[in-house]
Design a protein around this ligand. Structure first.
Ligand code: XMP
Length: 263
């Protein structure tokens, strides 16, 4: 997840007085299972399966005090199903979204009440249900999380670097009042090192790429024309505040041919 996201979500549900709300920090477990894994589809599969393992373990623990827990609710929406679908036997799918990489043998029954809706329908529905704007207006975030924004192996070091860079980008987008002008914004980490200077010394650090897109349904997307002052501020903050980064790039590729995410 993103930096401080678990804390924010927990405090939000506490404010709403949800009594049966639990947070499980399984980050070390996920990292262990992802060790040495480079292939994006393999990452998705491992994450999907680990997610269910963590879920089922927690369910067992909760069932000691609660009646049996039968359902797993997922926020799958229509474009998730389209993009994960295999158009024909011979065509290869673009990527399998996390929601459809669940293990076949699962005790919980998956329910997906939003599966026929587009994002803007989901948002309209949410507003009618009185869900606060702060949640409704959040950018989409992929099920497999930051793992598919770290190209190559996911390690704790890379994850911490990416979290730091991503948090700065989102913070500045909000400060410059551009957060709600884009469909989605993200930072990704490229696992190659470029030269930089620190004082008199030569350093090598990772490259962070920033991507912000405008879109109506994520099926196609255009790169957002963000103001140069905003990009400069983000770049200067990331290279100064996030140790291990020497370059910041801005992605100007449209979808298609690129996708929104990096893996
Ligand atoms: P792409 O990268 O295919 O992304 O252009 C389109 C939209 O889907 C989100 N996305 C995912 N969501 N699991 C998800 O739940 C995934 O594996 C996944 N991959 C991409 C992406 O963030 C964008 O909004």
């Amino acid at each position: 997840m993103r930096k401080d996201e678990a804390v924010e979500i927990r405090s939000f549900f506490q404010r709403l007085d949800f009594r049966h709300f639990s947070v499980v920090d399984a980050s070390a477990f996920f990292l262990k299972r992802l060790k040495g894994v480079l292939d994006p589809e393999e990452k998705r599969k491992i994450i999907g399966h680990t997610y269910i393992d963590v879920f089922e373990k927690k369910v067992k623990e909760l069932e000691k005090q609660h009646p049996s827990i039968t359902f797993l609710g997922q926020g799958t929406i229509y474009p998730d199903r389209i993009e994960s679908a295999q158009p024909s036997k011979h065509a290869s799918k673009i990527k399998s979204h996390h929601n459809v990489t669940l293990p076949e043998k699962m005790k919980l029954r998956v329910i997906e009440p939003l599966k026929d809706l587009y994002k803007d329908d989901v948002r309209r529905l949410g507003r009618q249900l009185g869900i606060p704007e702060m949640l409704i207006g959040r950018h989409p975030f992929p099920g497999p999380g930051l793992a598919i924004r770290i190209l190559g192996e996911v390690t704790k070091e890379r994850l911490d670097i990416l979290k730091g860079a991503d948090a700065i980008f989102i913070e500045e987008l909000r400060r410059f009042r551009h957060y709600h002008k884009v469909w989605q914004a993200l930072a990704a980490l490229l696992p190659v090192r470029a030269v930089g200077v620190m004082g008199d010394a030569r350093t090598y650090g990772y490259i962070i790429t920033l991507r912000a897109v405008t879109s109506v349904d994520a099926m196609t997307a255009d790169w957002a024309r963000l103001p140069p002052e905003l990009l400069e501020q983000v770049s200067s903050r990331i290279t100064n505040e996030v140790k291990g980064v020497t370059r910041v790039l801005y992605d100007v590729t449209q979808k298609p041919p690129a996708t929104i995410e990096y893996e």
